[in-house]
Design a protein. Structure first.
Length: 226
């Protein structure tokens, strides 16, 4: 029985299963970017190369002019809105008292190239991993996070720095969207986003086929041994 178990393990290893990888997404470059702008990050996994894309959407209580994504130097960004006035530091944060909020949508893989890796287009899927926050102005800074939409069930995080999204009670591993906003209207609840990471999850079809084949052999052998 131990010999068969070893054969089954070898069968799984022979599939060349690729380990998941955590990728830090490229942030908006310095300057203003219109809401709905798409950003791209080049990535690779086990020799396969691809781009990860996502879209940032800005919202604010006042949308005249329309809110924009504002980045100081490509290391952190926030939502610029009419309510911010001319205070440049606030343009690069998300302000609770201005009703500002941000969504990250359309998370996907494009421009896939196998490069002899054995993977094919469609083998890889994405899952949000973590969110990094900076420039908090007070101890009561807080965020509400949802994977479905603003106003839907959200998880609250107080005075965050690096948030492990996978540990949140409402985490969705299949979501391609993330919705974040301050958890109230306090004027001193203000923070910036300076990091987004996702997990690239390999799901090659050949792994499932070989695994099921090995399991079938194991079950048949068990049946004859009874």
């Amino acid at each position: 029985m131990r010999k068969l178990a070893n054969i089954f393990t070898v069968a799984l290893l022979a599939t060349g299963v690729v380990q998941a990888a955590v990728i830090d997404l490229a942030l908006p470059t310095a300057g203003n970017h219109s809401s709905g702008s798409t950003f791209s990050t080049s990535a690779s996994l086990d020799g396969a190369t691809f781009d990860i894309v996502y879209t940032l959407n800005a919202f604010a209580t006042s949308n005249t002019p329309a809110p924009v994504i504002n980045s100081s130097d490509g290391t952190y960004f926030g939502v610029g809105s009419a309510n911010d006035g001319s205070t440049s530091g606030q343009l690069e944060s998300i302000d609770a008292n201005d009703g500002e909020k941000l969504s990250i949508t359309g998370l996907s893989i494009v421009n896939f190239s196998a490069n002899g890796s054995g993977l094919v287009d469609g083998d890889l899927s994405l899952s949000f991993e973590s969110l990094s926050i900076t420039n908090g102005t007070a101890g009561n800074d807080g965020i509400t996070i949802s994977f479905t939409d603003f106003g839907d069930t959200a998880a609250g995080v107080d005075h965050p720095t690096i948030i492990d999204l996978t540990s949140l009670a409402n985490f969705s591993s299949s979501s391609t969207s993330l919705f974040i906003e301050p958890d109230g209207a306090q004027s001193n609840n203000r923070w910036s986003v300076n990091g987004i990471s996702v997990t690239v999850i390999p799901e090659p079809a050949t792994f499932g086929l070989v695994a099921m084949s090995g399991l079938g052999v194991l079950l048949i052998r068990r049946q004859f041994m009874i």
